[in-house]
Design a protein around this ligand. Structure first.
Ligand SMILES: [Zn+2]
Length: 315
């Protein structure tokens, strides 16, 4: 059996991996993400070309952080990439001479978790990827649910707090403004203004510029026992629980996989989030609850999922 290549195309880097039928990543190549459309496609063709020299490859899957058209041939919109209504799959297929299929990165990651990881075999599975924002995916019987036009489910911009923190999407009070790496940083800055002197670690970080308090630094401080960072983490946990309860009310999933960079700090918030989720769900105590687990494939999930789709696509 020949292998396929999965490419995870993010705002900062293009990561490609050769993947076998068991979801094992055999080899990788990466390049920084260029800003222009042509340069981006050249960078993808180049990392794929490097891997094709070393392995026999039958097809390529691209996982894109953006809206992928329902036929999976073009990218409609990607906030951090150059593509706007771009027929990416055909252009890259022409360039590299192999079949190419596109997928939304969260769908690809959930598909990988369904085949090989935390959501194995779940009939209704949801992925919540918590990083800078929130990425979401819903898998029904192993197939991504895309909605009528390919953009579902956009979980990060559900309004949880009417009139709340402003969001880059133009609305305010979106879930990801309260439950993300960016949210951890915003909560820590707010808490520090309200309780000056409560956290010497974060106050030192913020001296001169509060933007120095990144979500990653808040998580590290919480891990070290800093009380203010732990309050910020508790706030994230409560909003995660609230959001998960909404998702469970709408989808009634068997499993919710928590992925993304923030999930690496799951021991600091996940039990707390589960308690909020159990308390906030409709009919609590009288219905089976979705299991909430952290992702197993880590950073590789997107490219493994894309490679798996490519293997299915060529058949
Ligand atoms: Zn928003």
């Amino acid at each position: 059996m020949t292998a396929t290549i999965g490419v995870d195309i993010g705002g900062t880097s293009v990561r490609a991996g050769v993947v076998d039928g068991y979801g094992t990543v055999l080899d990788t190549a990466r390049a920084p993400t260029p800003t222009g459309e042509a340069a981006l496609e050249e960078a993808i063709a180049s990392v794929v070309g490097t891997l094709c020299e070393r392995h026999k490859i039958s097809a390529v899957g691209l996982a894109v952080a953006g809206f992928v058209a329902k036929d999976r041939r073009s990218v409609m919109f990607a906030p951090h990439l150059a593509w706007r209504h771009a027929p990416v799959a055909d252009r890259i297929a022409d360039d590299i001479g192999l079949p190419v299929v596109l997928e939304h990165d969260a769908n690809a990651a959930l598909l990988a978790e369904y085949r090989f990881g935390a959501a194995r075999g779940a009939k209704v599975a949801v992925l919540v990827a918590i990083g800078t924002g929130i990425g979401g995916a819903l898998l029904l019987g192993g197939t991504p649910f895309r909605g009528a036009y390919g953009v579902a489910p956009e979980l990060g911009h559900l309004t949880l707090v009417p009139g709340g923190r402003p969001c880059s999407c133009g609305k305010s009070g979106c879930w990801e403004r309260y439950c993300s790496g960016t949210a951890l940083s915003a909560s820590a800055v707010e808490l520090l203004a309200r309780h000056p002197g409560r956290s010497t670690v974060l106050a030192r970080e913020a001296s001169g510029d509060s933007r120095a308090i990144t979500g990653r630094k808040v998580a590290a401080a919480a891990r070290d026992g800093d009380p203010l960072a732990q309050l910020a983490m508790a706030d994230l946990a409560s909003w995660l629980g609230e959001g998960l309860a909404l998702i469970a009310d709408v989808y009634d999933p068997e499993i919710v996989v928590i992925a993304g960079g923030v999930s690496e700090s799951a021991p600091l918030f996940l039990d707390d989030a589960r308690d909020h989720y159990k308390a906030a769900i409709t009919g609590a105590g009288y219905r089976p609850l979705a299991r909430i687990r952290t992702a197993q494939l880590g950073d590789d999930a997107g490219l493994v999922g894309a490679a798996t789709l490519a293997a299915d696509y060529q058949r």
